[in-house]
Design a binder for this molecule. Structure first.
Ligand code: AHR
Length: 503
């Protein structure tokens, strides 16, 4: 018997926010230096930005880019990174063990986001930084003229304010590893006061609270989220959540189910938000939403020397990683009512879809599902019924264990669907490693009529990788499916694949 996907355009979840196609640039390893920026390279433009990387970023269609960290930001002082480059200090970078020469800072990054056509999303230093320093950064970026820091921006050659809309109040402040880590109460107090100063400076900004990132056995991420949502419910617009998954035990099926952990955490936080919104005093600002502002596969370059210096966090991705990224994006779409931002961590070299050397670059496997989503999946997310075979998983690795209950029954097909201007887009990961899954796609409201485009990300096996000069995993356009005024059509999803059907 075929699997079934029932699509009903009346069963809507919410609007897919284009900011779920965000990414992240941190001063870490070769993300900035040797990644987006390589002055003196024949591959770079006059400002030092790598042209080949810029083109790949544009093609990825990244909606917004989080900057400048990450753990880096919790000891970053933004004034170090503005003004004449030869006057900028070199600092000891404590989060990732490097020297930071500050050749890229606010103004360079803003030029970059403009060129790639993305929005900036800045994070302020809530670790070793002060609320005053945060306020002054907002003034430098967003105030037209008059006060000292607005005038300083002009003096440095940037007449117009940048009007940066998205600002996060620190990074992973729940983590003991964070420079200047605080407990939930202390973080909330500091974040609330920073928010006050920042909003008085630039009233239209959107603020993001640093939610849970610490899921180690001795941490209590739900208590953290509950406290900060309660304390910051009147002032922030998003709560940021972070998740990294991996396959350290080389168990394909366990790994394939890890994005469901992200889904369960989403639902838990959604409930907490609903509870706090009952009593919140937010004027007409609407409810708080979730920003998954760091997510990815990260487990190989996560210990010892791979965590420090100029070659830190250089993961080399394979097909199974790409399937996990497609599933994360399915999770965000399926929860489009509450997930209104997500940032693939990161953009270049550091756990990233784009990988460079001095001579060139290649697109990692995870580039392709992201690109398909960001260019095609928009409009309204639909609540879609899926009937297919399931499998059971073993225990999750430490740190992912809290969601055992839903992990015992993992469907082989992971699905999201959207509807936009008369067009349906169906995104399906077939988790089955060995078998194709013939599936009836059924319209519950009206009939399918027309040509459906089909794109597939796949490769010879789940460990297939790309490299310099070798593209084994990429998007392949398959023959269109022609449907004439029918209630259903059938498609067979290939083993270990991500498929997008659109029409
Ligand atoms: O993205 C890499 C790091 O992961 C970030 O700096 C930090 O926020 C997280 O722990």
């Amino acid at each position: 018997q075929n699997a079934r996907i029932k699509i009903d355009i009346d069963r809507t979840i919410g609007k897919v926010d284009k900011n779920i196609y965000g990414s992240f640039v941190e001063h870490l390893g070769r993300c900035v230096y040797g990644g987006i920026y390589d002055p003196g390279s024949p591959l770079s433009d006059k400002d030092g930005f790598r042209n080949d990387v810029k083109q790949a970023v544009k093609d990825l269609n990244v909606s917004l880019v989080r900057y400048p960290g990450g753990n880096f930001v919790s000891n970053y002082h933004w004034l170090d990174g503005v003004g004449p480059k030869d006057k900028r200090p070199t600092r000891l970078e404590l989060a990732w063990g490097r020297l930071e020469n500050n050749r890229v800072g606010t103004d360079e990054f803003m030029k970059y986001t403009k060129e790639i056509g993305s929005q900036p999303y800045f994070s302020v230093n809530m670790g070793t930084g002060t609320i005053e320093e945060a306020q002054r950064w907002v003034e430098y970026c967003n105030v037209d003229s008059g006060p000292y820091y607005a005038e300083l921006r002009k003096k440095y050659g940037h007449e117009k304010p940048y009007d940066i809309k998205y600002w996060s109040l620190g990074n992973e402040m729940d983590g003991f590893w964070q420079l200047g880590h605080l407990n939930a109460e202390d973080y909330s107090k500091k974040a609330r006061e920073a928010a006050k100063l920042m909003k008085l400076t630039s009233p239209d900004i959107k603020l993001v609270a640093a939610g849970s990132s610490n899921y180690r056995p001795d941490a209590d991420p739900n208590a953290w989220n509950q406290t900060i949502l309660h304390e910051l419910r009147d002032v922030v617009d998003y709560i940021a959540l972070h998740i990294y998954v991996g396959n350290p035990e080389n168990n394909y099926y366990d790994f394939m189910s890890t994005p469901l952990v992200c889904e369960q955490r989403t639902k838990i936080v959604k409930g907490m938000i609903a509870r706090e919104m009952e009593k919140a005093d937010r004027g007409d600002r609407g409810p708080i939403h979730i920003a998954w502002d760091e997510y990815n596969v990260w487990y190989r370059a996560r210990a010892g020397a791979s965590m420090h210096g100029t070659r830190a966090l250089e993961e080399h991705y394979n097909l199974e990683d790409a399937l996990v990224i497609a599933q994360f994006l399915n999770v965000f779409v399926r929860n489009a009512d509450v997930v209104k931002m997500a940032n693939l961590a990161q953009l270049v070299n550091v756990i990233a879809p784009i990988f460079t050397s001095e001579k060139g670059m290649f697109k990692q496997t995870i580039y392709y599902p992201f690109q398909l989503f960001s260019n095609n999946v928009k409009g309204t997310s639909l609540d879609t019924y899926v009937d297919c075979g399931t499998y059971s998983t073993k225990e999750f690795p430490i740190g992912l264990g809290e969601s055992k209950t839903i992990q015992k029954n993992v469907p082989y097909l992971d699905v999201s669907t959207t509807y936009d201007n008369g067009e349906v887009t169906i995104c399906v990961v077939n988790r089955n490693k060995d078998k194709a899954i013939p599936t009836d796609l059924i319209s519950e409201e009206g009939k399918f009529d027309g040509n459906f485009e089909v794109y597939e990300v796949n490769g010879p096996n789940v460990k297939s990788e790309n490299d310099f000069g070798k593209t084994t995993v990429q998007t392949e356009k398959k023959p269109d499916i022609k449907v004439r005024n029918a209630e259903k059509f059938t498609y067979s999803f290939a083993p270990h694949s991500f498929t997008m059907i659109k029409g």
